[in-house]
Structures are given as C-alpha cells and as structure tokens.
Design a protein around this ligand. Structure first.
Ligand code: MLT
Ligand code: MN
Ligand code: ZN
Length: 300
C-alpha cells in the first residue's frame, strides 16, 4: 500500500492568502523552516496504478500537477482520451477544504465519489456539483463500520465527534455532528486517516490501535491559538478540532496507543508545529510524532 500526502495544511493552506500571523510571515518570507503547504488531502493506492483520493481539496489541480503518479496515463487506458489513474474519491466531511476539489474533477472522467449519507446529502443539495455528470460519476454511500472495497483498498468509515461544515452553521446552534474517520487496509497494512476530530473516543482508540500509520488532526497546537495569534476568536473546540497539546489534547489521547508511525495532518496556518525546529515541533518529535509536509510518501 502507498499513501501520499497531497496537502498537509488545514482550510486556507499555509500561508493563508490574507494572513500575516507569525507563522504566515515566515512562510511569506520563504523561510525554509516553513515550506508552503496546500489544503488537506491524501491519495492511497494498493498497486501504484489506481489511486483513491481522500478528500478533494480546493488545491487539487495543483496537487495533481505536483504528483506524477496522479497524471493521466499515456497507454490508451481509455479510448476517449480521458485516462486519469484517480478512480475514487472518499469525502470525510463537507467542509470546503475537503469538498471544493470535486469541482476540479468535472472534465468527463468516470469516477466514484464515496461518502456517508449526510455528506452525500450536502453535495446533492448544492447544484454546482451537478457538473459531475451523473452518467459517469457514481455516488456511493458508505456505511459506518462497514468495509467497502475501492481499487483493492478496504475502506471502513468510523464515527468521530465532529461538527457540521462551517457553511452549514446556523447561529452557532446544534453544531455537533458525527464525522468520519477512515480505516484503510491493503497488502496486510492498516492506515487511519482522521483529518477532523473533536475528541478521541475509547472506541476510536481501540479501532486504530496497531495501525502502521495514523494521520491525525493537528489543526491547532493550543485551543486558544487563533485568539493568541490575533486572527480570530474561535477556540479549537468551537471549530470541532481538539488541540495537539494539553491534558485533553491529541498527544495525551494517543500516548499509550501502539502505532507504527504517527503523523499530524490538517495543520492550521497559525500552528507553530509548521515551523521546523520550533519548541513545539521538538516536543511532538520527542513524543514520537511527525508533522506532514506536502509530497510525503509512505509505502510498504
Ligand atoms: C475546518 O476544518 O474547521 C474547516 O475546514 C473550516 C473551513 O471550512 O474553513
Ligand atoms: Mn478543514
Ligand atoms: Zn496565518
């Protein structure tokens, strides 16, 4: 099984187009400690030929250009000239950073878009996604806890505490919602993909224990990070993301769970983990964690 990180930042990317927080300032200055990162997505393959996208970010076109295995093949795979090795897209929630890239995939390519029912409903409710021609794009319903086979990768959605998409918030009420984590297996390897998580439940820990790789929500270093950076007032918890640090954070939640590699993904532009060599980066490295960069590869 192969996994490629196409985009390692949260919504907005790093640097974010309108931001000059401390970390974005370094990124705008092209400081080598803070390589630019596109918005959260990964690709997984059992054979290196057929690829399954995990979420479709607004940066998807750039991500395809940056990753040659995702380029259309020149060996006549399709007589009509459309030859992408991307056959499936799994969408874990309907936030813009996970969904907008579907619009990039509109150029008459047979595809399956797989998601749990609330996400499929949110896609269906937006007529813009009608550009995905229903004659060649199939929408497949994922069921929580049930394994699905996509290009020889077994994909099992697991429930995680999360939040409705930002664009669906209604006055800040009734925002809690189940989100989707993905358990992927192929070639005897297991990978967990969890880009958005409000809390780590015992059930999630049990299902993920023993995975060869955990890709986990590293949106914020601390819960009040946006306020501290002077760019917003929302806490991480209000955004549906548990922080990395602190007694209820991700480091503490996963500390005693046996895992192969553990890697933070979906990093917000304010997060000091984006800065190589920062005290925060050293602290997570000491705890056995890596911080994803665009183009990072895992293969077994
Ligand atoms: C999030 O992860 O909280 C969302 O991507 C926010 C957004 O859509 O901007
Ligand atoms: Mn996001
Ligand atoms: Zn910033």
């Amino acid at each position: 099984m192969q996994v490629r990180i196409l985009g390692s930042a949260a919504g907005g990317g790093s640097p974010q187009w309108n931001c000059r927080c401390d970390v974005c300032c370094l990124a705008w200055a092209r400081d080598p400690r803070v390589p630019w990162r596109t918005q959260c997505s990964a690709a997984v393959s059992a054979d290196g030929e057929r690829w399954v996208l995990l979420n479709a970010s607004p940066d998807l076109r750039q991500q395809i250009l940056d990753n040659p295995p995702l380029w259309p093949r020149g060996d006549g795979l399709r007589c009509d000239g459309r030859a992408s090795p991307i056959g499936h897209v799994v969408v874990t929630n309907a936030d813009i950073d996970h969904l907008a890239g579907l619009l990039t995939l509109r150029e008459r390519q047979p595809l399956t878009v797989a998601a749990e029912p609330p996400v499929l409903d949110q896609i269906a409710a937006n007529p813009a996604f009608g550009v995905l021609d229903p004659e060649i794009v199939r929408f497949e319903r994922l069921r929580t806890g049930a394994p699905h086979h996509l290009a020889d990768i077994e994909v099992t959605p697991l429930p995680v505490p999360a939040k409705v998409p930002l664009w669906m918030e209604r006055g800040g009420e009734n925002m809690a919602a189940d989100g989707t984590a993905l358990l992927l297996s192929g070639g005897g390897r297991r990978v967990a993909y969890v880009p958005a998580c409000a809390a780590v439940t015992a059930a999630l820990r049990d299902r993920v224990a023993g995975c060869d790789l955990l890709l986990f929500d590293g949106t914020l270093w601390r819960d009040d990070e946006l306020r501290a950076a002077g760019v917003g007032t929302k806490t991480g918890r209000r955004m549906g993301h548990l922080p990395v640090s602190g007694p209820d954070g991700a480091l503490a939640a996963w500390r005693d769970v046996p895992l192969g590699r553990r890697v933070f993904i979906h990093l917000n532009n304010t997060n000091p983990l984006l800065v190589a060599g920062s005290p925060e980066r050293i602290a997570v490295a000491d705890a056995g964690w890596e911080v994803a960069e665009d183009g990072m590869e895992f293969a077994w």
